[in-house]
Each structure stands twice: as structure tokens, then as C-alpha cells.
Design a protein around this ligand. Structure first.
Ligand SMILES: *Cc1c(COP(=O)(O)O)cnc(C)c1O
Length: 481
């Protein structure tokens, strides 16, 4: 029997093994071509979206299409029209990755479709995921016995942590609970508090110091005041790597305050926590080991494709208290709390075998490879900061603690609004090259550009090219005004 060709359609839902192999080859060829050319592709092309494209109005496809044609369509017409978050020039927001070994794990997990909501349904697969969580908790410095749960991202991790803390400290007294975080916090924390039922009037953004770190003295004042006035302080969120400037909150001081006032101490390490794996940066994370929960995003700091976050905790009973539930139609839960039923640790029941996409890369590459890559990103960020610091009219919000910093161009004798507009124009000019993509933000009412170096494919050559582009745009603005 000849293997089928890609022109052959798939009228049956389950391809023959030979056809399956053929499909994988077709996909493999296109992925290899994508990766081979990724450094030549534009760093962003979302603006190329055509709202008139004919495929947007296609009717329901009742009959099969040729796989080869569909793959061409996806790779040629859909994938390019985007921020290219797989490209080395992607220095925007907090870059994700697209680690191929992780994609392999996802492909395997989806094909064999192991159910990991309950331990009993796939004990070995769940244990493999648990093993990864144990490794990650250890890398983050949490005490022995710490575990956690893999989520879709830090937003979900934060929500889970907040609900666990709420259950532990507030019970039914939701409306009195107060939550503390720095004024530089990621909006995901505010959203999580809202979803967890905490009234907006009970959210306490705490001022930051000149390096954008939460001021512990002001935090303590706020906690005391709320308690005196009869409210129930219960949750402190410290950030390890803020999204605007990469600031590291004073985690050890926050841990002290949490211990002294009996509060839940959460660390938002969505962007930054991965850097704790670098021995030279560990001192910055002092205090994180005392957290009640840490949110970190493998889809940022471990270079994975979007869709994988992690929540790590020293005491899993806090999650069980909040999320345990069961039905007679389900496999039995584990009595022994060493065996995790993931459905008792988060709002989810059915879930994919999320762990394989992390366990496989750790084993295949070894953790040293991740450390080395993170060290490179850190070095490149320091280089970029040093080079831009030499420009007399460039103001840098704060030096990079990890791998991101914000900067803007200053002009004499104009209003703040005009200066903001000029910096916005600067960003547009830089991004118009499509070789790199950076983003902007507002800090204290001023518009800043930010560079975040975290993509697995960002190496020295593209960074230097990007810096040349930035320096040329700065020079042009100087000439023009
Ligand atoms: C990205 C990010 C978040 C949100 O994480 P998601 O994975 O996008 O849900 C929260 N906090 C910080 C500091 C972040 O960088």
C-alpha cells in the first residue's frame, strides 16, 4: 500500500498510522522552515490584518479539504499576521518563547490524551507532573515538600492563590478582607481580587520608592490602620520583577510583615521568578522562600509557548481547603496527600497533561541550559542599558534588576504631553523597521519605552541591530526638533 499523499483528504476522523506519519512530516517540514527563517521574518505584522479577506466569511465546511492546502493557508495567511512572539527581535511586553521540545511534549500529551484531573486516571503521568513541580519549587527556594499546580498562566495562578487565602483567612467575611500590593502591580492581581469577590474599596495599592519597589513602611501602616478600623487584612502580594520597570519588591521585608501580622504572602514572579535559577541573582529573591504562594510563568521565564503558568506552595492543604469537591461519577480521590488530584487544587476538573511540556524540556536539555539562556538574557539587558545610558538626553527609569528596563528621550522647553507624544513617535519609528518590536508604558504620567529581553532566540547580533535602530531614531528626533 502506498502511503497517502497530503492531497488526500481526511474524510475519516482517525487517520491510518501511515497517514498520521505523513501529516506529521508535512507539519514538520513547515515548522522547520518557519524556524529556519524566523530571524528574517518581521518582528511584528499584526497591522497587515485584512478585514476584507475572503476566508473571514467562509461558510461551515461540510466536506474535507486537502491537508497540504490547509497547512499552506495557516502558515501563509494566518501565522504571519501577528506580533511575532517567536522571533529574536521580539523585545515587547514580556516575551514568551516557543521552545520546541515543549511543543513536542504538548503533541504527545494531546495524542495519547491522558486525563490528569484525577490521580487515579493516570497515576504515572500525574506523578511525572508532580515531580516537575517538586523540582520547580526547589529551584524557587521553597522548603522541602512544597508542590503546586500548573495553570494556564499567572492570572489564573494568582486567582487560585487569592481564593485559597480568602478561604483560609476570611471564610464568609469576604467583604471585610483587604489586599495589599504595590502601585506598580500587574493588573492581573487586581482582576484576580475582583473575581475572588474582594470589594474594590478594600484594595490597597501601596506607594513605591524611587526604584519602583513597594515601600514596606507604608505597607505596615496600611495594615495597622485597616485592622484598627475593623477590616480583615489577609493578603500581601509582592512582585519579583514588575512589568513596567522590572523592579524587585523587598520580599524579605514583606515576608516579615506577613509573618508578624499573620497574613498570606504571595509573590508575583510571573516575569521574574525564573531568574532565581541564576546563583548570582539569588540574593534579589531573598524572602521569596517564605512565601505562602509563588506565581511564576513558564511561558515567560522558561521559554515555553503561551498557556503554561505555575502556582507553587509550601502547604497544599490551603488549596484543598478551597477547591476540594467531588462527585459520585468520578474516580476516588487520594487519601494520601502526597498523591495529587489536580482537580482538588484549582477550579478546573478536566485538564490536559500539562506537565509533559515542562518535564520533557528539563530532561532533554538539562536545567543548566535554561540557566545559561537566562544568564544570556540578563547580560544582554545590562549591555543594552549601558549603551543607552551613554546618550545624554536619554532618561532610564531604573537600571535592569533582571532583564528589562524603561527609557525615554528628554527634550528641553516643551510640555509633558508634547514630550510624551514625541516618545510615542519614537517607539513607532523604531518598530516600523519590523526588525525589533518594543512596547511603551506610562510611569508617573510620563510615556516610557521598554525593552524586555527574555526571548529564547534573542542573542547579541539582533540586540545590537536593535540598539542601532534605537540610536538612529533618537538621533533623528534630535535633528528634527
Ligand atoms: C505576565 C504577567 C502577569 C500575567 O500573567 P499571565 O500569564 O499573562 O496571566 C502577571 N504579573 C506579571 C508581573 C506579569 O509579567
Amino acid at each position: 500500500m502506498n502511503p497517502p499523499t497530503t492531497d488526500e483528504t481526511l474524510s475519516a476522523l482517525d487517520p491510518s498510522p501511515a497517514h498520521l506519519q505523513q501529516l506529521l512530516d508535512e507539519v514538520g517540514q513547515r515548522l522547520a522552515a518557519f524556524v529556519a527563517t524566523v530571524d528574517q521574518q518581521p518582528a511584528q505584522a499584526a497591522g497587515d490584518f485584512d478585514p476584507q479577506a475572503s476566508w473571514l466569511r467562509e461558510p461551515i465546511p461540510e466536506t474535507p479539504s486537502a491537508p497540504g492546502e490547509l497547512l499552506d493557508f495557516i502558515f501563509e495567511q494566518v501565522i504571519p499576521v501577528a506580533f511575532n512572539s517567536a522571533s529574536p527581535g521580539y523585545l515587547a511586553y514580556v516575551p514568551g518563547g516557543g521552545l520546541f521540545s515543549s511543543a513536542l511534549g504538548e503533541l504527545i500529551a494531546a495524542t495519547v490524551n491522558r486525563y490528569t484531573g484525577k490521580w487515579a486516571a493516570a497515576p504515572a503521568a500525574v506523578e511525572l507532573e508532580t515531580q516537575f513541580l517538586r523540582w520547580l519549587a526547589e529551584l524557587m527556594g521553597l522548603p522541602q515538600g512544597s508542590l503546586g499546580v500548573l495553570t494556564s498562566g499567572a492570572s489564573m495562578s494568582t486567582l487560585i492563590a487569592l481564593v485559597a487565602a480568602r478561604e483560609k483567612y476570611l471564610g464568609d467575611h469576604l467583604l471585610e478582607g483587604t489586599v495589599y500590593y504595590s502601585s506598580e502591580v500587574h493588573h492581573a492581581v487586581i482582576k484576580a481580587a475582583r473575581v475572588a469577590g474582594i470589594p474594590t474599596r478594600n484594595l490597597r495599592p501601596i506607594p513605591v520608592d524611587t526604584r519602583f519597589r513597594l515601600r514596606a513602611d507604608r505597607l505596615e501602616e496600611a495594615v495597622r490602620r485597616d485592622r484598627k478600623e475593623g477590616r480583615l487584612p489577609f493578603f500581601i502580594c509582592g512582585t519579583a520583577g514588575t512589568v513596567n520597570t522590572g523592579a524587585m519588591d523587598p520580599l524579605a521585608e514583606l515576608a516579615d510583615i506577613a509573618a508578624q501580622h499573620d497574613l498570606w504572602f504571595h509573590v508575583d514572579g510571573a516575569y521574574g521568578a525564573g531568574f532565581r535559577m541564576l546563583p548570582e541573582l539569588q540574593p534579589l529573591f531573598k524572602g521569596m522562600e517564605r512565601a505562602d504562594s509563588i506565581a511564576m510563568d513558564p511561558h515567560k521565564g522558561l521559554f515555553l509557548a503561551y498557556g503554561t503558568g505555575a502556582l507553587l506552595l509550601p502547604d497544599m492543604s490551603n488549596l484543598r481547603r478551597a477547591f476540594s469537591a467531588s462527585g459520585a461519577y468520578l474516580p476516588a480521590s487520594q487519601e494520601d496527600d502526597k498523591h495529587l488530584d489536580f482537580c482538588e487544587l484549582s477550579p478546573e476538573l478536566s485538564r490536559e497533561w500539562r506537565g509533559l511540556r515542562l518535564w520533557l524540556p528539563f530532561k532533554l536539555h538539562g536545567v543548566a541550559a535554561f540557566r545559561q539562556a537566562l544568564g544570556e538574557k540578563r547580560r544582554l539587558a545590562v549591555q543594552a542599558w549601558q549603551r543607552l545610558s551613554l546618550e545624554p538626553d536619554v532618561e532610564i527609569a531604573a537600571p535592569p534588576e533582571l532583564s528589562l528596563f524603561a527609557f525615554r528621550q528628554r527634550f528641553e522647553g516643551i510640555t509633558r504631553e508634547e514630550e510624551n507624544r514625541r516618545n510615542q513617535a519614537l517607539l513607532e519609528r523604531i518598530n516600523r523597521s519590523r526588525r525589533i518590536m518594543i512596547t511603551g508604558t506610562e510611569i508617573n504620567g510620563r510615556y516610557f519605552l521598554r525593552i524586555c529581553i527574555l526571548h529564547l532566540r534573542t542573542h547579541e547580533a539582533i540586540l545590537n541591530e536593535g540598539l542601532d535602530l534605537i540610536l538612529a531614531a533618537l538621533a533623528e528626533a534630535r535633528k528634527r526638533f
